[in-house]
Design a protein around this ligand. Structure first.
Ligand SMILES: [Zn+2]
Ligand SMILES: [Zn+2]
Length: 301
């Protein structure tokens, strides 16, 4: 599993930073979170494959978070994509996507499904789930948490055969934690699962544009990695409040209060040139803090 920061700037791009978006690779699939202008070139530089994106998550419909969508869909079309793409976003996502397609004068050859995000789990896959949670911004805005499912351990196939379980569906019942009955005998999952090879799934939470608020604390609780917007430094707290954004210190306090293991700051205003200032401010409250730079990668697990 890998996280790539395709962009890390707030509001406007700079020479060093593209507008903020994040890609997560999980077992050959890429998940894209926000699609601002310039996302395509950043994807090329980072080696994020257009063809391996099946789900795009939009936090909100401020220009610096989704204006690259039309162009991205156009490129997918040029590459002859012929399988569905799902776009998740706040209320009105379908209309916004239709607008983007209209602006790009595009009739995609592939199906574009739009799903309105609501608080709670919005994607449930075999090995991971994605939860959406509301933030506190000028317009409806969502954060997203990627949650890898726990690995229960390794299935000992040989042992199962020795216990007389026929090869077939009972194997997966045991792997899914259910006991099975065979010839009047009950076999428990722990008899055939090597739990020493199990591990807890990783959790990556992404907090986009927001005022600091406890409304999203439960959703980001105990994240292995918390990626939090940090538009401003405390010296511009007034501006942060006015525009409904967080400071580096706000992000650090959120990480600390929710027991997160690592904090990565992004969505940094071009107003503050030195990245270290964001890090120094955050580290006053939360030691394991880092400010993201464009194309920075984090290997997880
Ligand atoms: Zn923004
Ligand atoms: Zn915004």
């Amino acid at each position: 599993m890998k996280i790539v920061f395709l962009g890390t700037s707030a509001s406007t791009p700079t020479k060093e930073r593209n507008l903020s978006s994040i890609a997560i690779r999980f077992e050959g699939e890429w998940l894209l979170f926000d699609a601002p202008e310039g996302t395509q070139r950043q994807m090329m530089k980072a080696g994020v494959s257009y063809l391996k994106i099946n789900k795009i998550f939009i936090s909100h419909f401020h220009a610096d978070h989704f204006l690259g969508l039309g162009g991205l869909l156009a490129t997918m079309n040029i590459h002859a994509r012929d399988w569905p793409l799902t776009i998740y976003g706040p209320k009105g996502v379908e209309k916004k996507v239709a607008h983007s397609l209209e602006m790009a004068m595009l009739k995609p050859l592939f199906e574009v499904k739009c799903i309105e995000a609501k608080k709670g789990v919005i994607v449930q896959e075999e090995k991971y789930s994605i939860e959406a949670f509301p933030l506190k911004h000028e317009i409806e805005c969502f954060g997203y948490a990627f949650m890898e499912k726990d690995k229960k351990g390794e299935f000992n196939r040989q042992k199962a055969i020795e216990l007389g379980i026929p090869i077939g569906p009972l194997f997966s019942e045991l792997q899914n934690g259910k006991s099975v009955r065979i010839k009047g005998k009950t076999i428990k999952p722990e008899e055939v699962m090597d739990s020493s090879k199990g591990r807890k799934g990783k959790k990556i939470s992404m907090v986009f544009d927001t005022l600091p608020s406890t409304i999203y604390h439960k959703a980001i609780q105990d994240s292995d990695i918390l990626i939090h917007e940090s538009s401003f430094l405390e010296e511009r707290k007034d501006r942060a409040e006015e525009t409904m954004h967080s400071t580096a210190l706000d992000a650090a306090l959120a990480a600390k209060k929710t027991g997160c293991k690592k904090l990565v700051l992004f969505h940094l205003s071009a107003r503050h040139k030195e990245t270290e200032k964001f890090e120094n401010e955050a580290r006053k409250e939360f030691g394991n803090s880092v400010a993201a730079t464009d194309l920075m990668e984090i290997e997880v697990g």
